[in-house]
Design a binder for this molecule. Structure first.
Ligand code: ATP
Length: 630
C-alpha cells in the first residue's frame, strides 16, 4: 500500500520542515510536488500558506469555543461610574490587593475627592500627595469565594456611546467595569456585590460621603458625577437648642428601623425634613452630622445649577440607593420670589414653555413645582430614603411642598441666642476631648494651647488632667458667660460668631475683650451694605420704569410688544432662539437660555439690533407697525 501521503521523512525533517507534515497529512504535499516540483521554492511557500491558514482557523475555532464556554458557563455584570455600586466594586477590588498585578495606574493629586487609590506610604506621611488608581484596562483574573472572576474596565467618553467588549451599552461620561463570573449562580454575583457594599461601608465609616451632580449628563445612569468625603462631625459639635439635634437623629433612626411597619400598613416608606432659618445657623452642618452618626451617604443637589431641570432631577433622584439622604439645599430657588414681578426681566420668565432661569440678574431654577413634587412623593419617588431640604426663606415655598408626606418635620433655625454663644465659646476653647492614652505613650499638647497644654504621661495623666482641667474649665466657663452676655441675642448667626472666634484662636480672654468692638464693626458694615443695597434697588426701579415690557420674541416671532416708560423707540433686542444674540443687554441662546449682560444694562442698548428686526406672525415689522412709543 502506498503510504507516502502519511509521512515523507526525507523531504520534511531533512530540510528542517518538520511541521510540513501537516500538508502532507492532508495529502497536499504530493499535489504541490506534482504542481511545482518538490524542490521548487514555490512548493515551500505553498506549504507555508496552508500551514498559516490551518493555524489561524484553529485559533479562531479555539476562540469561538472559549466564547461559547463563556456564554454557557459565565455571566457578566456591568458597573457604571456614577452608580453607587461602581464605588463599592472599585473600593473592594483595591482592598483585595488586585492592583498588585496591574501595570497601569491613573495618578490623582490627593484632595477630598475619593478615588480609591493606593497610597505608597502609610496614611499621614508628608510626601503623600498623590494616589495611584489602578485602571484595570487589561483583563485580570482573580478568585473570590472559590469562583473565578475576570475584571475589565473600559473608559467612557462624553457624547459617544462606545461599544464595550461584551456588546452591552456602556456608560457615556464615565468608566465602566465589567466583571465576568465563571458560574451561573446569580447568588454568587449578589453575594459579591453585597460583600463589596459592606466592605465599602466599613471603609467609609470615618467619613461622610457626599455625592453631587456637577456636570450635565444625559446618560440615564450617570447623574451623580462627583464624590467627596468630609470628616465626620460629632453631633455634640452642633450647637442648637437643647434636644433638637437628638430628636432629629432619633426620628431618622426610627424611620430607618421601621421599614416593615411602613410596608405592613401600606404607608410609603419616606420621610421629609425641612430645615429653615437664616444663613449660617447650622442647617447643613446638622445634616452632615446626622449622616455621620447614622452612617448614611448624602446625595446633594442644587436646583440652581443650570443643567438641573425636571428630567435631570428625576434621573438623579431615581439612582439614589435606599438608606441614604437626598438633600436639596436652598430649595426656595425653585419658586418665584415676591420681588420677581418688579424685575425688568420678569416678562421673560412668564413666557410659556420657557424655563424660568433669571430674575433680576439672579439665576433661577429650571425645575418646576410639579417636577419637584414628583420626585418627593410622586411616581418618580423611591422609598427608603430620607429627604432633606434647606431654605433661608420658608415663606417662598409653595404650601403643596410643605404638606405632610412630603415634608414631615419642619425644624426652625435661628440666629444665635446667648446660651448658644456660650456653648460655642466653650467648644472653641475647651481642651480637646479626652484622648485614650496608651501605656508609655507621651502626649504632647502644643504650647500655644490654653493652660491645659502640659505634657501628660500615662502615669500622671489622671492627677494633672483632673486638677488643672477643672480649674481651667471653671475660669473658661466664667469667660464664656461674659462673652455670651455681651452678645445681642438673635442678632448674629452662629457662623458669624464662629468667624470672630477664629480670629482669637487660643485666646479666650482676647475674645471676651474684643467682642463688643467686633459687634460694633459688624453693625456698621451691615448698615453700609444695607445702604448700598437700597441704592442698587432704587436704581433698578428707575431703570425698570424705562424698560420695555411685553412678550418675548420666542420661536422666531415677536407676537406682541408693548412699551412702558419713556423710551422713544419701542423695541426689544431679544433674539429668537435661532438668531445669534443681539447687541443689546438681553438675548436668548438656541436652547432658550436668557442671557443678560449686566455690563450693557443700559436702556440705550435696548434699541433694536440692526441685524434683527422683530416681525409679527404675518411678517410685518413690529418696529413700524405695532410698537407704541411713549
Ligand atoms: N448651630 C451651629 N452649631 C455649630 N456650628 C455652626 C452652627 N451654625 C453654624 N455653624 C458653623 O457655621 C458654618 C456654616 O454653617 P452651615 O453651613 O451649617 O449653615 P447653614 O444654616 O446651612 O447656612 P446656609 O443657609 O447659608 O447654607 C459651619 O462652619 C458651621 O460649623
Amino acid at each position: 500500500m502506498d503510504k507516502s501521503w502519511i509521512r515523507d521523512d526525507t523531504s520534511s525533517e531533512a530540510n528542517g520542515w518538520w511541521w510540513s507534515g501537516i500538508p502532507q497529512f492532508v495529502g497536499l504535499s504530493s499535489l504541490f510536488a506534482t504542481l511545482f516540483g518538490s524542490s521548487s521554492p514555490m512548493f515551500n511557500s505553498a506549504k507555508l500558506l496552508v500551514l498559516g491558514f490551518i493555524i489561524e482557523t484553529g485559533r479562531r475555532l479555539f476562540q469561538w469555543l472559549i466564547e461559547r464556554f463563556r456564554l454557557q458557563y459565565s455571566m457578566t455584570a456591568q458597573f457604571d461610574e456614577g452608580d453607587p455600586s461602581y464605588e463599592w466594586v472599585v473600593q473592594f477590588l483595591t482592598k483585595q490587593g488586585l492592583w498588585r498585578r496591574t501595570r497601569e495606574f491613573r495618578v490623582n493629586a490627593r484632595n477630598s475627592q475619593r478615588k480609591w487609590g493606593i497610597r505608597t506610604r502609610p496614611e499621614g506621611t508628608v510626601k503623600d500627595n498623590a494616589e495611584y488608581v489602578p485602571t484595570y484596562e487589561v483583563p485580570q483574573l482573580f478568585r473570590w469565594n472559590g469562583y473565578w472572576f475576570e475584571i475589565k474596565r473600559s473608559k467612557g467618553a462624553l457624547g459617544i456611546q462606545p461599544m464595550n467588549p461584551y456588546g452591552m451599552h456602556q456608560s457615556v461620561g464615565g468608566g465602566t467595569i465589567f466583571i465576568t463570573i465563571y458560574s451561573l449562580k446569580m447568588a454568587v454575583l449578589s453575594d459579591f456585590v453585597e460583600d463589596a457594599r459592606s466592605s465599602y461601608l466599613e471603609v467609609s465609616k470615618p467619613d461622610v460621603i457626599i455625592h453631587t451632580a456637577d456636570t450635565p449628563n444625559f446618560n440615564p445612569s450617570f447623574a451623580w458625577s462627583n464624590v467627596k468625603r468630609k470628616v465626620r462631625r460629632r453631633l455634640s459639635s452642633i450647637i442648637l437648642q437643647e434636644g433638637v439635634i437628638e430628636s432629629i437623629v432619633k426620628d431618622a433612626q426610627e424611620f430607618l428601623d421601621m421599614e416593615d411597619w411602613y410596608v405592613g400598613r401600606g404607608i410609603p416608606h419616606r420621610r421629609g425634613y425641612l430645615l429653615y432659618g437664616p444663613p449660617g445657623s447650622g442647617k447643613s452642618s446638622t445634616i452632615y452630622a446626622l449622616a455621620g452618626e447614622l452612617g448614611l451617604e448624602i446625595y446633594s443637589l442644587s436646583l440652581a445649577s443650570g443643567f438641573v431641570d425636571d428630567s435631570f432631577l428625576q434621573r438623579a433622584a431615581s439612582s439614589i440607593p435606599k438608606r441614604s439622604i437626598f438633600l436639596i439645599e436652598d430649595i426656595d430657588c425653585a419658586f418665584p420670589r415676591d420681588d420677581d414681578a418688579e424685575t425688568p426681566l420678569d416678562f421673560l420668565a412668564n413666557i410659556p414653555g420657557l424655563p424660568r432661569r433669571y430674575s433680576n440678574g439672579i439665576r433661577r431654577s429650571a425645575v418646576t413645582l410639579s417636577g419637584l413634587l414628583n420626585v418627593i412623593d410622586g411616581v418618580g419617588s423611591d422609598d427608603g430614603r430620607l429627604f432633606f431640604a434647606t431654605t433661608n426663606y420658608i415663606d417662598r415655598l409653595d404650601p403643596a411642598l410643605l404638606r405632610p408626606g412630603r415634608i414631615d418635620r419642619k425644624i426652625q433655625y435661628s440666629l444665635a441666642t446667648q446660651p448658644q454663644a456660650a456653648a460655642l465659646f466653650m467648644r472653641f476653647f475647651e481642651p480637646p476631648a479626652p484622648v485614650t492614652i496608651q501605656p508609655k505613650l507621651m502626649l504632647e499638647v502644643p504650647s500655644t494651647s490654653p493652660p491645659i497644654s502640659v505634657m501628660v504621661t500615662a502615669e500622671n495623666s489622671d492627677d494633672i488632667g483632673a486638677n488643672h482641667g477643672d480649674k481651667y474649665n471653671t475660669s473658661l466657663r466664667q469667660l464664656a458667660d461674659s462673652f455670651s452676655s455681651s452678645i445681642a441675642p438673635g442678632e448674629f448667626s452662629t457662623a458669624e460668631l464662629q468667624g470672630f472666634l477664629l480670629s482669637c484662636k487660643n485666646q479666650p480672654e482676647k475674645a471676651v475683650a474684643d467682642v463688643s468692638d467686633w459687634m460694633a464693626q459688624e453693625r456698621k458694615d451691615r448698615q453700609e451694605r444695607k445702604e448700598r443695597e437700597e441704592v442698587r434697588k432704587r436704581k433698578a426701579q428707575e431703570k425698570q420704569s424705562s424698560l420695555l415690557k411685553g412678550q418675548y420674541a420666542y420661536g422666531g416671532q415677536v407676537k406682541a410688544m408693548q412699551v412702558t416708560g419713556s423710551l422713544p423707540v419701542a423695541s426689544l433686542t431679544v433674539s429668537p432662539p435661532d438668531v445669534p444674540i443681539s447687541d443689546g443687554s438681553i438675548g436668548a441662546t438656541a436652547n432658550g437660555d436668557i442671557q443678560h449682560d449686566k455690563e450693557k444694562d443700559d436702556h440705550q442698548e435696548l434699541l433694536p439690533s440692526p441685524a434683527y428686526e422683530p416681525r409679527d406672525e404675518s411678517g410685518v415689522s413690529l418696529n413700524s407697525e405695532k410698537v407704541v412709543s411713549t
